[in-house]
Design a protein around this ligand. Structure first.
Ligand code: ZN
Length: 288
């Protein structure tokens, strides 16, 4: 078969998949390709070899920290250049920071975000491709990196449970997943791998501690005041889960979401839990 004929057949095969089989199989095949072959850097689109960087090239001293590459954390989904330029907030090192200021209306213990989310920056692609392009592995990877940094900073080492901001069931069904739940899994994994002493062990993700009581329209194009009224009363606490955590002796919980903009959504969630736990918050992106 000539190469030309092969390419035409390949194109037809993809069209057929799109038309008849639907998105599920296509996504599965893309995932398979990303697993075994070259992944695309989420920021610049260049190829990233699986398993980069080679673990043996990493050191465990402070130098590795300053290059943003965590020792032992492989399978990066950004190329070396983009990972090195990732605009990290470093909020996890300080108990007073801009994320804390955004959440000043509630009793938040500590708050941090992984990177600055600037609307004209290509780094927004990390959240966009994860959330709307359904690249769950990208969200999981970024969240794992966030979890590692939270643990390294020392302010989050006594976190005992990670709670995602819930999506309304209808929105979850339409999107196929709750992005905050995936972030929660990644953060819990990153935190667990670095904890030492009496809190070591796997940190549980508690997806049903909070629930959405009503469907809210998107916050994206709303003003700060409008965002607050949009989410006011939108959440409720699941009493059974609350009692279960209290009986298990959980004192410090971490609420996670994708992007911290005005803090309206997170504040609403924190207010519901602040009388029962020490509550901290973490997000992937922070809008300045
Ligand atoms: Zn790149």
């Amino acid at each position: 078969m000539s190469l030309e004929k092969f390419m035409i057949m390949k194109g037809r095969f993809y069209d057929w998949m799109k038309g008849t089989v639907g998105g599920g199989l296509r996504l599965a095949l893309t995932g398979l390709r990303n697993l075994f072959f070259v992944r695309e850097c989420a920021v610049c689109g260049q190829g990233v070899m699986p398993g980069w960087p080679n673990g043996s090239a990493m050191t465990t001293d402070g130098a590795a920290m300053t290059t943003h590459v965590m020792p032992g954390l492989t399978g990066h989904l950004l190329c070396e250049h983009c990972l090195d330029d990732l605009p990290l907030t470093r909020f996890w090192l300080y108990s007073e920071n801009a994320a804390m200021e955004s959440l000043a209306g509630c009793r938040v213990h500590n708050a941090a975000s992984l990177f600055f989310y600037r609307h004209d920056s290509p780094y927004c692609e990390i959240v966009r491709q994860f959330k709307y392009g359904r690249r769950e592995s990208l969200g999981l990877w970024a969240a794992r990196l966030l979890g590692r940094y939270l643990a390294e900073g020392g302010l989050y080492t006594d976190v005992q449970a990670v709670v995602p901001v819930p999506l309304h069931p209808l929105k979850r069904w339409r999107r196929g997943f709750n992005q905050a739940e995936i972030i929660a899994r990644g953060v819990a994994g990153g935190l667990s791998s670095r904890q030492i002493g009496e809190n070591s062990g796997k940190i549980p993700v508690v997806p049903h501690l909070l629930r959405r009581r009503r469907y809210t329209s998107t916050q994206t194009r709303r003003s700060a005041t409008s965002r607050r009224s949009n989410v006011s009363g939108a959440f409720a606490v699941n009493r059974r889960e609350l009692e279960r955590l209290q009986e298990a002796g959980v004192k410090h919980i971490l609420i996670v979401d994708d992007v911290l903009t005005t803090g309206a959504t997170l504040s609403e969630c924190i207010r519901l839990l602040q009388d029962h736990f020490t509550v901290s918050a973490a997000t992937l992106g922070f809008v300045e």
